[in-house]
Design a protein around this ligand. Structure first.
Ligand SMILES: [Zn+2]
Length: 307
């Protein structure tokens, strides 16, 4: 059993900060350091985890990060922003809106987690399509992926070292999750990441890997689309369908209950001509209570948050 959080240097001055096997709310971060500068990719879900991350950045780089990039708005990646108030927090325009809009809602889903003292701290520098941050000699391109895992995904691409931080567009050893994103959009984002030709893939949850992680996520999403077509043809809903699916090659992914949520999204995308527009998104948000209930039913018990 490995000790976590694990710090893995994948190229000179570029680290994956890997928290556990990556289940609910246990996300990864990235540390980039060069010439006496440091930047961070994502924070953590709880105050104690964010402070531990801050200590680690300081130990490794000798400085506090001048910038924190949020890959998307979800609380496990952004709640810890409040521990980095002296840093510039960077994210997509929509990330800022969603961080403010969602507030601490995630804490209500798992009230027994020791969240600590959290204060919503949205990105204070935002961008639209692309932005470049220079950390000493290291160039980091922030690329907006559109609607994929969430409404507001950013990947961080280091073109010289060919390292990509995917956020939750791709996860490693963990079931993808896009009820408030898009199955189609995730597939498009994976394709775009593949064209960058990365050597190292550091995902939002789970161990560091290579392009094989893109293949795993892609195959899963293609299966979800196939299953959704079958379910619609047979006239059965996502929960009942998921209870009868043989996960096959995808059986090893953690948090398999997410299948129900992903199928809800895939069903919508099969019948909808519009693609993740605002109305469709509002409908998806309204459905989230039901979807979480169905995931609990699939799981035959409460979902375990590991934060
Ligand atoms: Zn997320």
């Amino acid at each position: 059993m490995r000790e976590y959080p694990e710090l893995m240097e994948v190229a000179d001055g570029i680290y994956g900060y890997i928290q556990g096997s990556g289940g609910w709310c246990v996300n990864n971060a990235g540390i980039i350091t060069s010439a006496g500068n440091a930047a961070l990719v994502d924070t953590a879900a709880t105050e104690i985890r964010a402070k531990r991350l801050k200590d680690c950045v300081h130990d490794v780089t000798g400085v506090d990060p001048f910038a924190v990039v949020n890959t998307h708005s979800h609380g496990d990646h952004t709640f810890g922003n409040c521990v980095f108030k002296d840093s510039t927090i960077i994210g997509h325009h929509q990330t800022r809106m969603e961080v403010v809009g969602a507030g601490l809602h995630l804490t209500e889903l798992w009230p027994t987690v020791h969240w600590g003292s959290l204060e919503i701290t949205p990105p204070n520098v935002t961008y639209a399509n692309e932005m470049t941050v220079h950390i000493g000699d290291i160039r980091a391109d922030l690329l907006h992926m559109g609607v994929a895992h969430s409404t507001n995904d950013t990947i961080v691409w280091l073109p010289t070292e060919r390292v990509v931080f995917t956020g939750d567009v791709v996860m490693s050893g963990v079931t993808p999750f896009c009820p408030l994103g898009s199955v189609r959009g995730t597939l498009a984002a994976i394709e775009r990441i593949r064209t960058l030709d990365p050597l190292t893939v550091i995902t939002g949850h789970g161990p560091v890997g290579g392009v094989d992680l893109l293949d795993v996520a892609e195959q899963y999403m293609l299966s979800v689309q196939t299953w959704a077509k079958q379910g619609i043809a047979e006239g059965i809903g996502p929960l009942e369908l998921s209870q009868n699916i043989d996960l096959g090659e995808h059986a090893g992914l953690l948090e398999s209950e997410r299948l129900v949520a992903n199928l809800h999204r895939a069903y919508s995308e099969e019948v909808s001509t519009t693609f993740s527009d605002k109305l469709e998104m509002r409908a998806a948000i309204a459905e989230m209570g039901t979807i979480f209930g169905e995931m609990v039913a699939f799981n035959k018990g409460p979902l375990t948050c590991h934060a």
